[in-house]
Design a protein around this ligand. Structure first.
Ligand code: MIG
Length: 642
């Protein structure tokens, strides 16, 4: 680790902080209580009094608006597919935030891999309190003149963001439910027939033999290697899923090796924890143990040898349907309930016992890791699990396929994982409110270094509609990870299934026309530790109005976007902090444009139209779209300038 003498960062320590791997630079320790904060040692809580105009940005993947003030957020990676406003935890823990009132601004980063509660004006509207469940914490306070400056300093502390291969900026089609090579061929053909660009088809758990990681079901994919080749000649990368849990099955190499070498997470008594997820009973690899991590990472070779160049890591909170031990307890309790004459409260108690089996907090206290040579109970480092699974894969790629860039993204994450892969935001739903949530999550993710990120376009759970899909695609064309994904049993939402096929083709073509811009701005954000998508107030510091804008974003240095995210709307209000050139795209080369002055505008945007605003002195380069990213001529660009 390099020693950074950064006068803008102060680091305070409480208890015995773990070396989580979140930061890459050493900072001198400052004694005492973090500047600006009050600390209550009795409750292990840090307090900051919010000023009237303070806004709070950050925390990455969380519910609610861009300004996080007014709610309580708990960093505790959770497999919870119901992302409503009342939730406090999703799949990620990204403990960096900024408090900004336009004049005074500072950043806070809590490097603590256990549960941390950020009460941002929930209990007391004027108080920000931070409470780690176990206060073994490195507490960083970062000063700077502006949010962007603080973000740059923070990101220097945590290291450069992951850059995926160029083709991963293309459009990807996914669905939980593609079972066979034939199903995947059909998807490829559906897109090809309509000339809709496509770079990736994702393979969900059904490609595996009985949900065993690093296996292929030979009946569904009779000649997998050739199938990968066949798809590649079509220009399509297959991207398989890898789950955290390893099926317990005699003779299965991953199980046998893990067992023999003691690479699985153990209970207090030294036995391997038995949990259940899709494969049935599983053990969890101890990714926090270096040797186990190296071992698991090398298993990806089975697939990279077959020509695979991208993966998504799932269920790595880790999600637990049940543990064997807890299930036994539940059955015992159920028997007790059965003996009793249940009153109505007893009935509800009974219901709770049965209803809270999955992802039960007690289960996360039943197993241990070997972390830096120490035995550590899981709940104390819970939020590192997905990070270390992804790190394990990513570090092994350098060995098993050093000449290739591999696409890698994960569901669970913690600060620091941004160096190894991207994230998708998990099981959202086909709701208009979740399109807005996707828009509002992006700045927080970017602040925390998760630049390669995106949501399931069209919505994962529930049934999507053509208009929701279209509006969502219109926003998704700007997110680096651009993937249409949906759940088993929901309405099929491949773009060629809808009536307005031409409109969808035009939108995806527009994405491909934008790729030179998107890629360049993405790389700039990585190199300069900047933001790819940001709130207006980060740039227009003097403009009070920008402070409350929750549904427009700046994308790179040249563009502002204002997506339509409501049903049955053919336009929307847009606030311009300065004069800009509006480009209303119908296709990448059919658009009208006009210069609009600073102020409020009602702007028409028919269902198939995308609004883009070019900032003064900037230009938007557009390529001629191609069926795949690699076929785009990035030299011959037309330019719209202002
Ligand atoms: O328990 O693999 O978030 O994208 O399709 C569900 C099946 C497991 C959750 C992931 C989702 C994926 C699904 N997985």
């Amino acid at each position: 680790m390099e020693y950074a003498h950064n006068k803008y960062i102060k680091k305070y320590e409480f208890g015995n902080p773990y070396d989580t791997g979140a930061v890459v630079a050493c900072i001198d320790k400052t004694a005492g209580i973090p500047e600006r904060f009050r600390f209550d040692a009795k409750t292990d809580t840090f307090f900051y009094t919010l000023k009237e105009k303070d806004m709070v940005f950050g925390l990455g993947e969380t519910v609610r608006g861009i300004n996080k003030r007014g709610w309580i957020y708990v960093s505790n990676n959770s497999d919870d597919p119901v992302h409503d406003e009342n939730k406090t935890s999703l799949y990620a823990s990204q403990n960096f935030l900024i408090v900004d009132n336009g004049k005074d601004v500072f950043g806070v980063f809590l490097d603590n891999p256990g549960s941390v509660t950020f009460d941002i004006g929930y209990t007391d509207a004027n108080v920000l309190s931070i409470h780690p469940e176990y206060n073994d914490t490195s507490f960083y306070v970062i000063e700077g003149a502006s949010p962007l400056e603080i973000i740059r300093t923070f990101r220097e502390l945590i290291g450069k963001s992951y850059i995926p291969p160029m083709w991963a900026f293309g459009y990807g089609q996914s669905r939980w439910g593609y079972k066979t090579a034939g199903d995947i061929r059909e998807v490829a053909a559906g897109y090809k027939e309509l000339g809709i660009p496509l770079d990736m088809i994702y393979m969900d758990i059904d490609y595996m033999q009985d949900f065993k990681d690093f296996t292929i079901n030979p009946e569904r994919f009779p000649d997998f290697e050739n199938f990968v080749k066949e798809m590649k000649t079509e220009g399509i990368h297959l991207v398989p899923i890898i789950d955290a849990g390893v099926k317990i099955e005699e003779g299965y190499d991953v199980y046998e090796e893990g067992k023999a070498n003691g690479y699985f997470c153990k209970k207090e008594n030294g036995e391997d924890l038995v949990a259940a997820v899709w494969p049935g009973k599983v053990h969890f690899p101890d990714f926090l143990n270096e040797e186990a991590s190296r071992w698991f990472g090398e298993k990806y070779k089975v697939l990279t040898d077959a020509g695979i160049e991208g993966f998504w890591n799932d269920m790595n909170e880790p999600a637990i349907f049940y543990t064997e031990d807890h299930l036994k307890e539940v059955f015992a309790q159920v028997k007790e309930f059965e003996q009793k004459e249940l009153d109505i409260w007893g009935f509800f108690d009974f219901k709770d016992v049965v209803g809270s089996i999955a992802n039960n907090p007690e289960d996360y206290r039943r197993f241990y890791h070997e972390f830096h040579g120490q035995k550590v109970r899981h709940d104390r480092v819970h939020n590192l699990y997905g990070f270390y699974m992804t790190k394990s894969a990513s570090e092994s790629f350098e060995k098993i396929c050093p000449d290739k860039k591999i696409l890698m993204f994960s569901r669970a994450s913690y600060t620091g994982m941004h160096r190894y892969g991207g994230v998708w935001t998990g099981d959202n739903c086909s709701r208009w409110s979740h399109l807005l949530m996707n828009i509002q999550m992006m700045p927080g993710l970017n602040m925390n270094g998760f630049l390669y990120s995106g949501a399931d376009i069209g919505g994962f759970g529930g049934n999507t509609t053509e208009d929701l899909m279209m509006r969502w695609v219109e926003f998704g064309i700007f997110t680096p990870l651009f993937r249409n994904h949906s759940a088993l049993g929901t309405r099929e939402q491949e773009l060629y299934r809808f009536d307005r096929k031409e409109d969808f083709r035009h939108l995806i073509e527009l994405r491909y026309a934008l790729i030179p811009y998107i890629y360049e701005e993405f790389i700039k954000a990585v190199e300069h530790n900047g933001m790819y998508m940001m709130p207006l107030s980060f740039v227009y510091r003097e403009d009070e109005r920008c402070r409350e804008i929750e549904d427009q974003l700046l994308v790179g240095e040249a563009l502002m976007i204002a997506p339509v995210y409501e049903q049955n709307k053919t336009g929307r209000y847009v606030y311009l902090p300065e004069a800009m050139r509006l480009v209303r795209f119908r296709t990448y080369n059919d658009y009208d444009t006009e210069v609009l002055q600073k102020g409020d505008h009602y702007i028409k945007a028919a269902l198939n139209e995308v609004l883009v605003f070019i900032r003064p002195g900037k230009e938007l380069p557009l390529a001629t779209p191609a069926r795949q990213v690699d076929r785009i001529n990035r030299k011959e660009l037309q330019r719209i300038s202002f």
